[in-house]
Design a protein around this ligand. Structure first.
Ligand SMILES: [Fe+2]
Length: 356
């Protein structure tokens, strides 16, 4: 069946089926929580389309998702806000705005929440039990296929109790496939940055193969993003801490994946030059921590995707590697940043003090 026929069938089915009532299938959640503004979002299913190989048998249902958002402005920095998004108890939530002065805060990092939904759920339960984050950094591969609308409600269902009480800052992974659904539901750009108290966060799109259709455009994208990152880091030298988050790590203990991300490995000198405190990555489904010329590299890809071995830890730089589900809790207290890597059971993998 050609693509035009599929599109016609989808549109006809959408007309037939979209008359059903709209229902909430994700959220509420908060993105772009700055000191004075934030965006509250939720996802609704407006109907179902259907597709099949026989005009009389459209046996695959495809939910039609739409994001809803309220942009809040005129907020006070470093404050907790409570909101009602859609109607009912389920539409209630809260979040904190970013402080603009030195303040203690906590954030959680995890990634690769795709595929094993029950494990994803367990990891989120662990975060709720053992941490109290002001915001979340997700290191990518939220879902197995960003363009498959049926997967996003599953993601939001697992994350629900966490996302309704904290702000969310995602980076795109290769499984997002650069799909419009990711950018729409996250109201995100491929790369962006934000400040939280005295810490600066730069989040980039390391999924180069999906970034553009041609080699020429991919190279142009990478040059542009790298230039942006350099300026962003240069302009944040007064911050006490600089964190860079991306999906693909510059190094790995997973033998079959070593040397696979040369575009990320090539960024290491930039991280060193501009004194990045720590890089936060995913893609490898395990826990890894390296220290290279003063820069910490954490790989936290244990959010639900099938685990990978850590068979060949790179010599001389490895701090800790373990093939386990995990998340990072980073606490900035009194000018110090402490990272704790934790299993969903609460068992500690390691802790490390960063910077200063
Ligand atoms: Fe990945």
């Amino acid at each position: 069946m050609n693509k035009i026929l599929i599109a016609l069938l989808l549109s006809a089915a959408a007309r037939t089926l979209s008359a059903q009532a709209e229902q909430v299938v994700g959220g509420p959640y908060v993105v772009q929580a700055g000191p004075r503004a934030a965006t509250v979002m939720w996802v609704v299913e407006t109907g179902k389309a259907a597709v099949g190989l026989d005009p009389g048998r459209l046996d695959k249902a495809v939910p039609i998702l739409r994001s809803r958002q309220i942009v809040l402005s005129g907020l006070k920095p470093g404050s907790t806000y409570y909101y009602q998004s859609f109607a009912g108890e389920a539409g209630k939530g809260s979040f904190k705005t970013a402080p603009t002065t030195a303040a203690n805060f906590e954030f959680v990092v995890y990634g690769d929440t795709r595929t094993r939904h029950d494990v994803h759920r367990t990891v989120i339960e662990g975060v709720l039990k053992y941490a109290n984050p002001d915001f979340i950094v997700h290191t990518g591969d939220l879902v197995e296929d960003g363009a498959d609308a049926s997967l996003w409600p599953i993601f939001f269902n697992a994350e629900r109790e966490l996302l309704r009480k904290t702000a969310f800052y995602p980076t795109p992974g290769n499984h997002e496939r650069n799909a419009g659904e990711y950018y729409d539901l996250m109201s995100a750009k491929p790369y962006y940055s934000f400040d939280w108290g005295q810490a600066h966060f730069s989040l980039i799109d390391s999924d180069l193969p999906n970034a553009a259709p041609t080699e020429f455009e991919r190279e142009a994208f990478w040059r542009e993003q790298t230039q942006w990152l350099e300026n962003d880091l240069k302009n944040s030298q007064n911050a006490a801490f600089r964190f860079v988050a991306a999906h693909h790590p510059p190094m790995t203990a997973v033998t079959r994946r070593q040397g696979q991300n040369p575009h990320m490995t090539a960024l290491e000198p930039l991280f060193e030059k501009y004194k990045v405190t720590a890089g936060l990555f995913g893609h490898d489904h395990n826990y890894q921590h390296y220290l290279v010329r003063g820069v910490h590299y954490f790989i936290t890809g244990g959010g639900g995707a099938p685990l990978y071995d850590v068979d060949t830890p790179p010599a001389g730089i490895t701090q800790k590697v373990e093939s386990t589900e995990n998340f990072l809790v980073v606490r900035v207290v009194g000018g110090k940043a402490i990272v704790q890597a934790i299993k969903p059971t609460g068992e500690k993998i390691e802790s490390a003090q960063l910077g200063q």
